[in-house]
Design a protein around this ligand. Structure first.
Ligand code: G1P
Length: 289
């Protein structure tokens, strides 16, 4: 019997330098794709996987993220008074159960592994999910739900993986693969951002993980890896051989919203997936291509 997966950690302390000046006074996770901020996609995806406890690892200038998931009492009262039923409906996904969301501060930018370690008190002894809000996945079944199911099936760590062009291995955590059934692949090793020539495969990790709490003990050693940062990938690598560890080729399309072109592509793809916008968007796209 696997322990139920109820917790998610969302690292959101990044400075968002790639989106300056938009992110000068605003958290990059508040950037909207169509009409919803990136952070809300991540929270909704976690909820769809059965998760009901959230921890955002934040930093300075990120208070809007916390505000976003609060009840906007005056706004709602006004909308109710004016009978704006549809607008009220649009607010629903941004509300979480009282007490179900906490934040911790990372304070110093020492890497993703350090950010996750900052959530150690929240994680305790439970399995937990990680969602990197920059990575957005358009899919039939929400990506994290696919991972949660794979966790039930394998009883251990599962990361979402996708094949990338060889020349891009230096952007991601890369798998050394073992037994592979085309969907689930056994992880034999993990390397953070290897040069194409050194990469053990071209199977890369995207920002969705289900991990066992033991990873925290490894991260706590604060060993520096690629880019002189404390890498989550290195902490996870230490679990291999002691616990089941798999990559899941998820169903869906991933957009890297930490990158300008990826972010714009996500806008188009998500708009085309919306019945209320698809027609208009398809119409004007033809003007430009
Ligand atoms: C992080 C992880 C990397 C992973 C990537 C997915 O890198 O360190 O292993 O492949 O997220 O988006 P970052 O994008 O923070 O450089």
């Amino acid at each position: 019997m696997t322990k139920p997966l109820r917790k998610a950690v969302l690292p959101v302390a990044g400075l968002g330098t790639r989106f300056l000046p938009a992110t000068k006074a605003m958290a990059k996770e508040m950037l909207p794709v169509v009409d919803k901020p990136l952070i809300q996609y991540a929270i909704e995806e976690a909820r769809a996987a059965g998760i009901d406890q959230f921890c955002m690892v934040t930093g300075r200038g990120k208070t809007a993220l916390v505000e976003h998931f609060d009840i906007a009492f005056e706004l709602e009262a006004t909308l109710r008074q004016r009978n704006r039923v549809e607008a009220l409906e649009h607010l629903k996904g941004s509300q979480v159960e009282p007490g179900s969301m906490v934040t911790v501060r990372q304070q110093v930018p020492l890497g993703l592994g350090h950010a996750i370690w900052c959530a150690r008190a929240f994680i305790g002894n439970d399995p937990f999910a990680i969602l990197l809000p920059d990575d957005l996945v358009l899919s039939e079944t929400p990506c994290l739900k696919q991972l949660a199911d794979a966790y039930q099936e394998t009883g251990g760590n599962v990361v979402a993986v996708v094949e990338v062009p060889r020349e891009h291995t230096n952007r991601y955590g890369i798998l050394k693969t073992g037994k592979d059934d085309g969907r689930l692949v056994e992880v034999q090793g993990l390397v953070e951002k290897p040069a194409p020539a050194d990469a053990p495969s071209n199977l890369s990790i995207i920002g969705r993980y289900v991990l066992m709490p033991e990873v925290i003990g490894h991260l706590a050693k604060m060993e520096r890896g690629a880019g002189n940062e404390v890498q989550l990938t290195d902490g996870m690598a230490k679990l291999i051989g002691t616990q089941p560890f798999h990559g899941l080729r998820y169903e869906g399309t991933r957009f890297d919203c930490g990158d300008k072109a990826g972010f714009l592509e996500a806008q188009i793809a998500f708009a085309l997936a919306r019945p209320d916008l698809a027609g208009a968007v398809r119409g004007f796209l033809q003007k430009y291509v």
